[in-house]
Design a protein around this ligand. Sequence first.
Ligand code: FAD
Length: 487
Amino acid sequence: MTRVRPVIVWFRDDLRLSDHPALHEAASRGVPVVGLYVRDEASPALKPPAARALGGATRWWLAQSLRALGKSLEAIGGSLVLRTGPAAAVIATLARGTSAQAVFWNDIAQAPHQAVAEEVKSALASDGIASQIFSGDLLVEPKAIRNKDNRGLRVFTPFWRRVQGLGDPPKPLPAPKKLASIGGVASEAPDDWKLEPTRPDWAGGLRVSWTPGEDGAQARLKAFLDRGIRGYSDDRDRPDHDGTSHLSPHLRFGEINPRQVWYAVRFTAAEHPRLAGDIDKFLSELGWREFCRHLLFDVPDLAERNLQGQFDAFPWQREARALKAWQRGLTGYPIVDAGMRELWHTGVMHNRVRMVVASFLVKHLLIDWRAGEQWFWDTLVDADAGSNPANWQWVAGSGADAAPYFRVFNPILQGEKFDPEGAYVRRWVPELARLSNDVIHQPWTATPIELTSAGIELGKSYPQPIVDHKQGRERALAAYTKIRGQD
Ligand code: FAD
């Protein structure tokens, strides 16, 4: 009796079962399916400097997400095979070993991933095995939105108008209810890959903050649509409120995709027309993710190169001590320190505060945005090859559609405006918890009695500001004047 030849589904940044076009197609053929994830640190296209290794926080997330995906596949009769090595060799070997008829995967519109996918395709072709590539990571593929010079758009508003003009994206596909599998295929285990920290185990905060995996992603989306989206337009700027979706790491790993979010949100919009403003705002944030990914498609070295060449001459300072103080949340500016400590504990930071801490680093401290981007890359669970450098360049003023460099956030006013009762600062900088609202964003203005009764000794239990705001601002503007007009 001849065995039905299976199809291999190669998972990458799409660790889900629903709206997974490659898996859907394989399952609908009624043939056995082998789910595969390859830990590829060997293909030249995925090695530095061509691509970046995952940071510590995303490695932790990946381990959890792979376990969740493995369980979900097993629950419907399938399995997830884990293998290490260069993807082309690993996949061709598995395809031969299982007598696979084809390998399917979803595209990742990023140069290193596309280069590796090409290698996989040709390795399979030389063995006479078919491959098929699907789209499912973005609302719109970058090639669909070009200007007349065939380049991606560099300004968000017209970009987003074009995306919206294309109408609704393809409807999400259901998860397969049942898979046939072939069994007996050897697999490594997530534990073998040592993705999680041990000595020291710094992931305690991540474990209590997140449920990686598709179920966790769907639960976050539901909770947000049930409760969070009302008032999103204003609340999204308030780090002291739970006013955003918390979907970013789930989107990063494709445990949910933007098409699914789009349709769920549109459904809510139809049921609650009064939420239209909040819903439009939320969708435009998804649009920013899309914009950053499209930018990355055009500029693969987005994390290294200033998009505006004049910034190549910027007089960045090499301030190792200041950088360390910033990383540890010890700058003496409570809103900055709260953000940096939230990041360390939870693997994310509120968007408003990301802008404030990034501005503080590149403007008050004159430290190259790449140093901050790299720290975020290592510590964020949502560290994204597009969104992280694009947003850093946006704040630095060197990017596409960027905030002008001379707009220097005042960390005191930002704190007072967006954390007016100091609740966010009290949560993440507990040594300041007993200060009154009047001084919590500038403890150095508190009287000695206020400080003593709050149990604070400035310079000891909490630092003095590492730079004076006014001087920092002036120094930043002076540095900027030096590069203006060069390009
Ligand atoms: P929500 O407000 O609920 O937004 C929904 C989704 O829209 C997010 O999950 C995200 O996918 C997308 N989104 C929202 N804002 C942005 C934005 N400015 N740019 C791109 N996408 C956006 N986001 C990342 O996903 N990964 C990163 O590595 C990243 N690095 C950043 C670095 C800096 C310096 C700054 C200022 C922002 C960065 N962001 C990054 C964007 C933003 O801060 C996060 O997406 C957001 O805080 C995630 O929280 P949420 O899912 O609750 O967002």
